[in-house]
Design a protein around this ligand. Structure first.
Ligand SMILES: [Zn+2]
Length: 680
């Protein structure tokens, strides 16, 4: 930690592309830790602005638009609304969640771009880039496909081959073609404005060196970029979706998305704070913290600081960038394109009222130092044995025993025993311990300390046994329950960063209004006679069936992915149309089906072919029961020469395909066809 005294904190959480929904990887990597941290600062009464929004420029947006057949604006409108709603429902409590497509952000970005330009900070560079003459535009890397020089994949992108994972540049592709027109692009000269990161390296090294407290995964990545030597990076692109470059000779050029996106943090602060915004970005006593995932480290630790330094009017870089590694899901990398994720909007629908259970599991498994893993089984265990078994159990016993024996009010505190004193001394240590974890971005550790407080409560109840004491010594029982409620009150304060929905419920149960962090750990949060109300169990047990349904959902996804990745057999030798026209394929309906005696594989089917009723013997007995297929339409090769099988003459062959599991499926029309209708 730096020695400096700060009076306010600007906390940003990554601007996510508005081209798809939020999943647990995003939450664990960035949004949950950011929200925990901000709620903690607020609980301490600190001045904090929590800023985020969607990144609505860049090629991923235009690619999505092309895929969905809608305009880029429609893409960002759709996903901004969905993402924002998910965050609201999940309790990520931003002070503002805005969008980079707003005019105020275009103005801010252009103003900063001009500031850099006017101070001579950019270096102009003319390079040759691929240009699609038919479409009349330069091609972003993702809009060029060609053969990978490494593995020969014919559909490698201009920036990466998805088959072998090689990082590529468009000029390396063999036989490049444009995804816009399909044509061969030409090389054409274009001018761009570069930020000379190479020249700025000494300044950036000094900045990084002034933060030895950064997490090792972050510092390690930054060091490796610096060791390689920074290269100039173009801050403009030839693209039609984005923020226009505000120079007279820059038609058709927009800002590089990583130039304008981080400026979004500044814009949104201005949107939030109005005329008061500047101190949040310019004052010496302001601390800036970026929460991001590991894929954004270079942009937040080097490129954005370089922009701010070049501009000269702002805090020159964040005080800390506590980036997380990635969270995997059930043994595999989370992937949007493979639909391998737990989507937040689906979770909220499937598991209503269980926001805190997911938060708890994500914090407990946060990928703080290395990649981590989410499994549904672990989610269930965390809920059932920790939230229900430890936290919920303690609070429920304290409240129910009080209500039953003393009415809904805090009982009187009598003389304290040595054990009481010892428990209170221990309790008093926790707020500072948890604060130390959170100050240092060790959220897993903070959460486990929080649960220890509930564990302390359970141990206290187990050793003092108020349910037994009440008979002989009600005064002593009153003291025990008074202290148990004081622990509960501390829990309600300490829960706020981690489990905000639970914290709210606890505050309501205890009618607690002053919940400043400094009050936690005290033995006198609730005065004698203070009324409380039981609001029921904090957490409910999650049954196996609920977990199995979620696991099944993922298994279904896996199956779909396997089907999509199955390698088809190579094409057979060419035939003439005459060859094909000899085949008499027509639609028929199965009118009867029965097993062939003494055969495991064969079914005897009766078919209505439109031209006759005939018998076909088919080797599908292991795949279908006879009753299940009566009435189904199938495709029949009708003029296959009849042959005898197990003594029955089969007059034709039913067309089948094998699915991924090796199970046969009928080839049949999507809509009912008249019997005898030919396939041609
Ligand atoms: Zn390749």
């Amino acid at each position: 930690m730096s020695e400096k005294k700060f009076n306010r904190t600007t906390v940003t959480a990554a601007l996510i592309y508005a081209n798809g929904p939020i999943h647990i990887g995003h939450l664990a990597g960035c949004y949950v830790p950011a929200d925990v941290y901000v709620r903690y600062l607020r609980a301490k009464g600190e001045d904090v602005a929590f800023i985020s929004g969607t990144d609505e420029h860049g090629v991923p947006i235009t690619i999505r638009a092309q895929k969905e057949g809608i305009t880029p604006q429609e893409v960002v409108d759709k996903y901004y609304t969905q993402i924002n709603q998910s965050f609201v429902d999940f309790g990520i409590d931003f002070d503002i969640y805005s969008r980079t497509s707003k005019p105020i952000h275009h103005e801010m970005s252009q103003e900063i771009f001009l500031q850099l330009y006017n101070q001579g900070k950019f270096v102009e560079e003319v390079t040759e880039q691929y240009y699609d003459e038919k479409a009349g535009q330069f091609l972003a890397d993702r809009y060029i496909v060609g053969t990978c020089p490494v593995c020969g994949n014919e559909n490698a992108y201009g920036d990466q081959c998805e088959r072998c994972g090689s990082t590529l540049s468009p000029r390396e592709l063999i036989n490049p073609r444009s995804m816009l027109s399909g044509g061969t692009p030409i090389l054409k000269e274009t001018k761009n404005w570069n930020l000379p990161l190479d020249a700025m390296q000494p300044e950036l090294e000094k900045y990084v060196a002034s933060h030895p407290e950064w997490k090792t995964n972050v510092a390690g990545q930054v060091r490796s970029w610096l060791n390689e030597g920074l290269k100039p990076r173009a801050m403009t692109r030839d693209l039609d979706w984005g923020i226009k470059v505000p120079l007279p000779n820059a038609e058709g050029k927009v800002m590089y998305v990583w130039f304008d996106a981080p400026i979004g943090y500044i814009t949104f602060t201005k949107e939030l704070k109005g005329d008061d915004w500047e101190k949040w970005w310019k004052a010496d006593d302001t601390r800036l913290i970026h929460f991001i995932g590991k894929d954004n480290i270079v942009f937040h630790c080097l490129i954005f600081p370089a922009m701010l330094m070049a501009d000269g009017r702002f805090i020159a870089g964040a005080d800390n960038v506590p980036a997380n590694e990635f969270m995997n899901l059930e043994g595999d990398k989370i992937s949007t394109s493979r639909n391998w994720a737990v989507w937040l909007h689906e979770y909220l629908e499937d598991m209503p009222g269980k926001q805190d259970v997911l938060r708890y599991t994500l914090i407990a498994n946060a990928p703080e130092t290395k990649d981590s893993e989410f499994t549904w089984k672990d989610y269930q265990t965390r809920n059932n044995s920790e939230l229900v078994g430890i936290l919920g159990n303690f609070v429920n016993r304290a409240v129910v025993l009080t209500e039953k024996n003393f009415g809904p009010a805090v009982p009187a505190l009598g003389e304290l025993t040595e054990a009481d004193q010892k428990m209170l001394e221990e309790l008093a240590l926790y707020p500072a311990k948890i604060a130390d974890s959170l100050d240092n971005f060790r959220f897993r550790e903070g959460l486990s300390l929080f649960i220890e407080v509930a564990r302390l409560g359970n141990q206290y109840l187990a050793s003092t046994e108020p349910w037994k004491v009440i008979k002989e010594n009600p005064e002593r029982a009153a003291t025990i329950l008074n202290l148990s409620l004081q622990i509960t009150a501390s829990l309600s304060i300490l829960a706020e960063p981690f489990l905000p929905f639970t914290a709210t419920k606890l505050r309501e149960m205890l009618n607690l209004t002053d919940t400043n962090w400094s009050k936690a750990g005290s033995a006198s949060l609730l005065p004698e006679g203070h009324s409380i109300q039981n609001k029921g169990l904090l957490f409910e047990k999650i049954e196996d069936a609920v977990i199995e349904a979620q696991v099944q959902k993922l298994l279904d996804t896996k199956k779909m992915n396997e089907l999509a990745s199955k390698t088809p057999a190579p094409q057979k030798e060419a035939i003439t149309y005459d060859d094909f026209s000899k085949l008499d394929i027509r639609i028929a309906t199965i009118t009867a089906a029965e097993a062939v005696p003494k055969s495991k594989k064969l079914l005897k089917l009766t078919l209505n072919t439109g031209i006759d009723t005939r018998t076909v013997v088919s080797g599908i007995a292991e795949h279908f029961s006879p009753e299940a297929i009566i009435g189904q339409q199938v495709s029949l090769l009708a003029n296959l020469a009849p042959r005898k099988m197990m003594g029955i003459e089969s007059q034709g062959m039913i067309l089948m395909a094998e699915d991924r599991d090796g199970k046969l499926q009928f080839i049949r029309p999507g809509e009912p066809i008249w019997n005898g209708g030919t396939v041609s």
